[in-house]
Design a binder for this molecule. Sequence first.
Ligand SMILES: NC(=O)C1=CN([C@@H]2O[C@H](COP(=O)(O)OP(=O)(O)OC[C@H]3O[C@@H](n4cnc5c(N)ncnc54)[C@H](O)[C@@H]3O)[C@@H](O)[C@H]2O)C=CC1
Ligand SMILES: CC(C)CC(=O)C(=O)O
Ligand SMILES: [Mg+2]
Length: 361
Amino acid sequence: MKQVAVLAGDGIGPEVMAEAIKVLAAAQRRFGFTLHFEYADVGGVAIDRHGEALPAATLQLCEQSDAILFGSVGGPKWEGLSPERQPERASLLPLRKHFDLFCNLRPARVFPPLAAACPLRPDIVGDGFDVLVVRELTSDIYFGTPKGREGSGPEERGFDTMSYTRREIERISRMAFDAARLRRKRVTSVDKANVLTTMVLWREVVSEVARDYPDVELRHIYVDNATMQLVRDPHQFDVMLCGNMFGDIISDEAAMLTGSMGMLASASLNSDKFGLYEPAGGSAPDIAGQGIANPIAEILSAAMMLRYSFGLEEAAAAIDQAVEKTLENGIRTGDIAAGGRQPVGTAAMGDAIVGELTAGS
Ligand SMILES: NC(=O)C1=CN([C@@H]2O[C@H](COP(=O)(O)OP(=O)(O)OC[C@H]3O[C@@H](n4cnc5c(N)ncnc54)[C@H](O)[C@@H]3O)[C@@H](O)[C@H]2O)C=CC1
Ligand SMILES: CC(C)CC(=O)C(=O)O
Ligand SMILES: [Mg+2]
């Protein structure tokens, strides 16, 4: 039996996690597999209860599990702590590093029934688009050293280091090219090689890797242009290969193009296909505790877990379809609501998806 470490975290994390667990329970009944869920504290809630954002017991549970299903961490309550103790930096980033989860897949697909929720003009959206952001997740300026603050007064300085090794660029590039082979065979590598030396190396290594994939078209684009092109014509992109920081930014933009931050799922994988699965968005303090968050990103993340960690493609695809069918039926949380119909809450959206999943059996 496979074990899943369930780390719901802060803000809307526990609210959307409850719906993902409901959907996984329904998938188990329909497809006859069994997962064992073990819960642990992470993030701000772990600081409150145990004095640290990633307690040893939580890390140990993750090590003993076959996958991690993650909610979100952080929020105003912990913003006053010193940076190295804050939930995001003291739990999520160390988890990514500890398990070497270098490959972050963020699929941004406009579900046809949600085309109207996309903030772009209908003539730009057309019949929808489908972009896969492949983001490097364990290096770059988020992890590079030295990092810190020094001095005082007007000359006080804060500094971070952007750095990539050839090996790090090569392995994420291969993931992007492999993914493109299963899609429309186009990789756009996002960099800033006109200014940053790190990104000159990035461009060089990506081009070298591309020689092993003659069937995949490679294009290089500067990150500022990429953010603009994504809203001008998202159809031009298939796989967007990004470093950690540019991928963080581009994937929020891509998420919103699909209708809401609450729609974008993600998988963070290492080379053994061990994975952490989480929504691309954060703890949404502005709506937390109200029962109105969109649980779809967490539910689609759970589907990615079935697909990538457990090889349960049929169950994963059934969850994707149940989400699509629910949206076709006009059921919407407030973030994706279109005029007229009353939006539903988090739990009602989860129930509707469970209903579709069960009806499909
Ligand atoms: N992976 C993680 O745990 C992440 C944590 N964070 C943390 O979360 C906190 C809030 O960060 P923000 O910059 O405000 O980003 P955020 O992604 O939490 O929220 C941005 C906007 O998107 C909306 N939103 C996000 N998820 C939603 C959902 N499921 N349904 C409906 N609306 C949704 C929020 O209401 C808000 O208006 C911060 O402490 C931040 O550091 C931010 C990003 C990722
Ligand atoms: C702690 C942050 C790097 C989280 C985030 O914004 C993300 O993973 O998208
Ligand atoms: Mg982000």
